[in-house]
Write a protein that binds this ligand. Structure first.
Ligand code: FAD
Length: 426
């Protein structure tokens, strides 16, 4: 078969690789100038390795991506440091990534810690997420863990990530986050961009074609049942097309989708991501990789000091800090210029290190993505899209498809494989 793929993110590239393995001819169309999608990186001239536009790591439990690396002969390029993940409470960052760290946390009663530990253990062990999706994380956690532990430890995380709609997020999402976490976090030599590039090279080696800077403008069904795909790389015909874009993009580029399906696509909720990256001349925090911040106290939700995880030697000695937030695309963070966001964010850095001075900043970058985080509500499983669409021959695979798991490149690999399987059985 001749298969067209919209998007060279990890889902699209994995599907292309799997289809090529099965002997199909694949052509991938990517709007941006590089492969990798949300996991792609950029490289300053002073750096040896590119850096992800949005902070990325794997968990030791990300079996699908680790199996793919093994198959591609790239397993030795993945490595798993154990960085410090922390929460911010009353003006200080506290490590929060192991039972001893929780026991040492001074702002929670012993009873609160015991309930926190027992609930955490249950969520790590249970595989039954279905009953959990009937509850919101807010209700379930405050009842089971007690309001004290919930409000100090998990509520700020939920509120930070989902803002005013945090009370709508279901408990299965929370379960998935906790169930899969590992203290060691995986990275790829040369960054996630090098991983995406290696996967893309493999697709090309197997005869696939990847068109960069080729946004797809239109997909429609021809009278002979084949699909016509219009992009800046020309007008091409395919036996099947796999779109790996957002629900909104799908509705915009596909002609002839039934009205009720377009209405359904509009109902799938998501948030955008905004990240300001700073290259600093000195370290900012005292060894923390990730600090979860309470919403309201800071204008961003997470501070990620990447070079407390991956050595600054790969970035010309720069100390790299991400200041990130998840917001709807209507939020002012999607309109304000970089200077304005710097004015809002940078004054808060001295709270992490009183010695910090703006002169420490060598360079800054701003990245925004409208489709960054699906919002899973109560009984979300009833809303999960199928890979098949109402248009015969058109398939769709997005971050909304990987529920109950949270989005992640591991699930993109799993999803890309699943999509390739469906298309092969056409
Ligand atoms: C802030 C943030 C942090 C994250 N952290 C992690 C992490 O730590 N670990 C992890 O594993 N995952 C993480 N993720 C999630 C991970 O990046 C995604 O789950 C994964 O990359 C999604 O891959 P995808 O191929 O499905 O989609 P995408 O990466 O979005 O790829 C879709 C591609 O389609 C292209 N496209 C869209 N429309 C068109 C069109 N009309 N024509 C042509 N091309 C088009 C886009 O340019 C894009 O390249 C994070 C994501 C964000 C936003």
């Amino acid at each position: 078969m001749k298969v067209g793929i919209v998007g060279a993110g990890i889902t699209g590239l994995t599907a292309a690789y799997e289809l090529a393995k099965k002997g199909h001819f694949v052509e991938v169309f990517e709007a941006s100038e590089k492969v990798g999608g949300l996991a792609s990186g950029f490289k300053d001239e002073a750096w040896e390795w590119p850096l992800e536009r949005f902070y990325h790591h794997w968990f030791a439990s990300d079996h699908a991506v680790l199996a793919l690396l093994k198959e591609l002969g790239l397993k030795d390029k993945a490595f798993f440091p154990r960085p410090i993940t922390s929460i911010w409470y009353k003006g200080e960052a506290y490590p929060f990534d192991s039972p001893p760290a929780v026991l040492k946390f001074p702002h929670l009663s012993l009873q609160g810690k015991i309930r926190f530990g027992l609930v955490g253990l249950y969520l790590r062990l249970t595989t039954k997420w279905e009953p959990l999706e009937k509850h919101t994380a807010h209700d379930w956690l405050s009842r089971r863990m007690g309001y004290e532990a919930y409000s100090v430890l998990w509520k700020p995380l939920l509120e930070g990530k989902f803002g005013p709609i945090y009370q709508e997020v279901n408990m299965a999402w929370f379960w998935a986050r906790l169930h899969k976490r590992s203290p060691r976090l995986g990275y790829f030599e040369g960054g996630f961009q090098a991983f995406a590039d290696a996967l893309a090279s493999k697709v090309e080696e197997m005869g696939g074609i990847i068109h960069l800077k080729s946004p797809v403008k239109q997909i429609k069904q021809e009278e002979d049942g084949r699909l016509e795909l219009v992009s800046t790389a020309g007008v091409k015909k395919f036996d099947a097309v796999l779109a790996t874009c957002s629900p909104k993009m799908l509705a915009a580029i596909v002609r002839g989708l039934p009205e009720d399906y377009v209405e359904y696509l509009a109902k799938l909720r998501f948030l955008g991501a905004v990240v300001l990256i700073l290259a600093l001349k000195h370290p900012l925090t005292s060894g923390h990789y990730w600090i979860n911040l309470p919403k309201g106290e800071f204008p961003f939700l997470a501070l990620v000091e990447h070079t407390n995880y991956i050595s600054p030697e790969h970035y010309g000695g720069d100390h790299i800090v991400y200041l990130g937030d998840y917001v709807p695309t209507t939020h002012e963070y999607f309109r304000l210029g970089k200077e304005k966001l710097e004015e809002l964010f940078i004054p808060h850095l001295s709270r992490f290190n009183p010695a910090f001075k703006p002169e420490w900043i060598r360079k800054t970058w701003l990245f925004r993505e409208p489709y960054a985080q699906p919002v899973p509500v109560v009984n979300q499983s009833k809303l999960v899209p199928t890979i098949e669409t109402p248009l015969p021959g058109l398939y769709w695979a997005s971050m909304h498809h990987v529920y109950p798991w949270d989005r992640g490149t591991n699930y993109s690999v799993e999803l890309g494989k699943r999509a390739a399987e469906k298309i092969s059985n056409l």
